[in-house]
Design a protein. Sequence first.
Length: 243
Amino acid sequence: MAGHSKWKNIQKRKNAQDAKKGKIFMRHAKDIYIAAKQGGSDLDTNAGLRMAVEKAKADNMPNDNIERNIKKATGTLDGANYEEITYEGYGPGGVAVIVHVLTDNKNRTAAEVRHAFKKNGGNLGESGSVAFMFDRKGYIVISNTDGSIEEDELTLAVLEAGAEDIESHEDAFEIYTTPDEYQEVVDHLMQNGYEIADSEVTLIPQNYNKLSTEDEEKMMTLLDTLEESEDVQDIHHNLETSD
């Protein structure tokens, strides 16, 4: 993981997505769904969900949208019969891609995902074809834009809490944990006054793939196309975006 910042990739994608209100709400909906799915619907005991809801409200996402995504994640949405499906494949230039969807019509969703890959120079693979390239980790970002956080002090705090690794960047610290230790580390940091900019249990690429300008543009179009689908909940890939 050292030598490459997942946070930089996230920021670049979010900055592009934030140009449209619908994209902002879509991102929040995914974050809320994932947090509720992983930790339950109780905001008091699920710090990840609490943080996701606070971010959504800060961007004026309607409460109805928030509640709908929590109910969808916990299976309490009336009349809904949703199925979770994972698609794996390769994007342009051999970038590994994993797409998680939640759908009430798997035939429709499969066609949409397959079309998105084919149209943008990629192809779907079999289950397990790229999953081995990722590790499941707890991932936490502490913003340090003003440079006020002492690296040694934070490092000691996160390691004491059970984190595996911490990486220092110009404006942020990235912290990695096992999935089991994730919530405990988040709670410990918040209790000690650290402001968490982002956190989730996610898939971290073992290696990143840097593409030519042409292939990177195709890959970005593929990601945009997938993100337009209301069924797509999360996308993981090992693209290293250029500056």
